[in-house]
Design a binder for this molecule. Structure first.
Ligand SMILES: [Zn+2]
Ligand SMILES: [Zn+2]
Length: 258
């Protein structure tokens, strides 16, 4: 059994709670410590029970609360060396740091975790493929394009958490300065609804049951547009009772059990 609860997702902060029978962990903690504690409370979780925080990359919307949570509740932080190098000042002193190498799977607390490289404008950014022997899911929330590696690692899973960041027209016509628009749509930026739907269509399998759309821009996207676009590409999946929903910035999302 694996349970996934979106605590927050979007450009102002990302965090997912993941549980198996033995342990609870966070993937990223990009809100303030106080906010994460509140969201955990909303999910009925005591932060003292967290066994790890996995960090995907050094951007503030993924690491903001990592240091304070690690110190306050004595939580080990799993992070690669380059990400730690960039985020060190933000993180401050950690209760304990566990280094992982991108591309090399590791195990702890009943989880097998395979961090894999994603194209994004940060030092050594990763997505994660995580299993407990029976259930398995993947998460990639910040990536400019879907590489062959990303497709491979997100195939054959029971659940996928994938970025669906922006509607291309809303981004084009929206208020962002030109440079930022270029950054978002670059190969090292973020996946549009189109790119996300296309990737999902290519990785769908009989085993896939849940798709969580994540890291939606509050300025350049809406839940309705992201979900609609994904649904267009996943009709066979939906016909087999597959579930699609959006993880949002403002509140704790529904818990998915695999
Ligand atoms: Zn990022
Ligand atoms: Zn991000």
């Amino acid at each position: 059994m694996i349970k996934i609860t979106p605590l927050a997702s979007g450009s102002s902060g990302n965090s997912f709670l993941v549980r198996n029978r033995d342990a609870s962990i966070l993937i990223d903690a990009g809100l303030s410590g106080k906010q994460i504690i509140e969201r955990l409370d909303g999910a009925g979780i005591d932060p003292c029970s967290l066994r790890a925080i996995l960090v995907s990359h050094a951007h503030m919307d993924h690491v903001k609360g990592v240091g304070v949570l690690s110190r306050k509740f004595k939580i080990p932080v799993f992070i690669n060396d380059k990400t730690f190098g960039v985020a060190e000042k933000t993180l401050g002193k950690l209760h304990r740091r566990e280094s992982f190498s991108t591309g090399r799977a590791f195990e702890f607390a009943g989880f097998k975790v395979h961090p894999f490289s994603v194209p994004h404008d940060c030092a050594d950014p990763v997505g994660f493929r995580i299993s407990n022997g029976t259930a398995k899911f993947g998460i990639a929330t910040d990536l400019g394009i879907a590489t062959g590696l990303v497709r491979n690692l997100l195939t054959g899973l029971n659940a996928v958490i994938l970025e669906s960041n922006h509607d291309p027209l809303m981004l084009r016509d929206g208020p962002y300065p030109w440079e930022l628009k270029q950054r978002v749509r670059s190969r090292l930026g973020h996946l549009s609804n189109e790119q996300s739907a296309e990737l999902l269509e290519s990785i769908v399998s009989d085993e896939l049951r849940v798709v969580i759309l994540a890291h939606m821009s509050e300025t350049n996207n809406t839940e309705r547009l992201a979900e609609q676009r994904a649904r267009e590409s996943l009709q066979a999946f939906l016909a087999q009772n597959g579930t699609i929903f959006c993880a949002t910035q403002g509140k704790v999302g529904p818990t998915v059990e695999l």
